[in-house]
Design a protein around this ligand. Structure first.
Ligand code: CO
Ligand code: CO
Length: 322
């Protein structure tokens, strides 16, 4: 994108200059349109669950911006000659049911023929222009809150190779299909400084983007980071997705790993997530209240995982202690 002409339209509130979750376009003084698109190849065998995960993931970018989704469109690639059409119809049903759970409809879309199935959504949302929650607002003194446990990348990879137990698999699927709706609503009630959702770049990568965009640094206590039960054991056996290893390679020099953090811990901290939780930065004194608010709405293992501090621009943006 850096080789493309810069965005000059003054109505674009959030475009390509920050690594934010969605584009935000001002319609008038009271309303801005928020739009995001995501699509990927199957992460689970069951077509219906794949559709649910995809929809929860696509909606997540809208929730991360503090917006309310209004409608979505399907993006589909499918091998019509190699797989029965019922498979596609189950994928779309999973997406549609999840969209309904979010209170919206999928009102159209586009499909092409392709060797490997791919499914995604374009999601539109609305937000007041002055209520946009960006990833660039984290402040020194903030607490950092993560609303879902991590490790879904490791468990999905184990599933594909037939190495994941049924319980770990169903826990990961529950995490990936959980909407970030309730967490986002709790966040808006509480008032926060910054938010993003944890997806392909892992907790480490999305944290890095938030710290860089905000010009601050963060101290994370690894022991406080919620993990999906079973992920640690699988990672110890060397079952780690390629994307997770690439995340660690890319970020290794930007993280100050303190004593006691093992190689496996580092991989988990960088594990590429599908449909992960919200990562929220907010004034420390309100963090417990938000945690309570998310838990009251049925949150999955939300936790306070670190604290934000001033950066002199020279220190590494992330420190991890055990
Ligand atoms: Co995102
Ligand atoms: Co996205």
């Amino acid at each position: 994108m850096k080789d493309l002409p810069p965005v000059t339209d003054p109505r674009v509130i959030i475009g390509t200059s920050t690594a934010d979750d969605a584009a935000v376009y001002k319609l008038d003084d009271r309303t801005a349109l928020v739009q995001t698109v995501d699509f990927f190849t199957p992460v689970v065998d069951d077509p219906y669950l794949f559709g649910s995960v995809v929809a929860a993931n696509s909606l997540s970018d809208i929730y991360a911006m503090g917006a309310r989704p209004i409608f979505a469109l399907n993006v589909v690639a499918f091998p019509v000659n190699d797989l029965p059409l019922e498979v596609l119809s189950r994928i779309l049903k999973g997406g549609s049911d999840k969209a309904h759970e979010a209170g919206i409809h999928i009102v159209g879309g586009h499909s092409i023929e392709d060797k490997e199935p791919k499914y995604g959504l374009v999601v539109n949302g609305l937000v007041a222009p002055d209520k946009v929650v960006s990833n660039a607002g984290a402040r020194p003194g903030d607490a950092l809150l993560l609303t879902k446990p991590i490790g879904s990348g490791i468990i999905s990879t184990a599933l594909k190779g037939g190495h994941a137990g049924e319980e770990a698999a169903s826990r990961a699927i529950a995490v990936m299909t959980e909407l970030n709706k309730a967490a986002s609503e709790a966040m808006l009630e509480c008032g926060v400084n910054a938010c993003t959702d944890v997806t392909g770049f892992g907790l480490a990568g999305h944290l890095y983007e938030m710290m860089q965009a905000s010009g601050v640094k963060v101290l994370v206590r690894f022991g406080d980071v919620p993990l999906i039960e079973g992920a640690l054991e699988l990672a110890r056996k060397g079952i780690v997705p390629g994307g997770t290893r690439r995340n660690l390679d890319y970020l290794n020099d930007s993280v100050d790993w303190q004593g006691g953090v093992s190689e496996v811990d580092k991989l988990i901290f960088c594990d590429a997530q599908t449909s992960g939780g919200l990562l929220i930065s907010l004034p420390r004194e309100r963090a417990q209240k938000l945690l309570q608010g998310i838990n009251d709405k049925g949150g999955l293992q939300a936790a306070i995982v670190g604290e934000v501090a001033e950066s002199d621009g020279k220190a590494k943006p992330i420190t991890v202690i055990k």
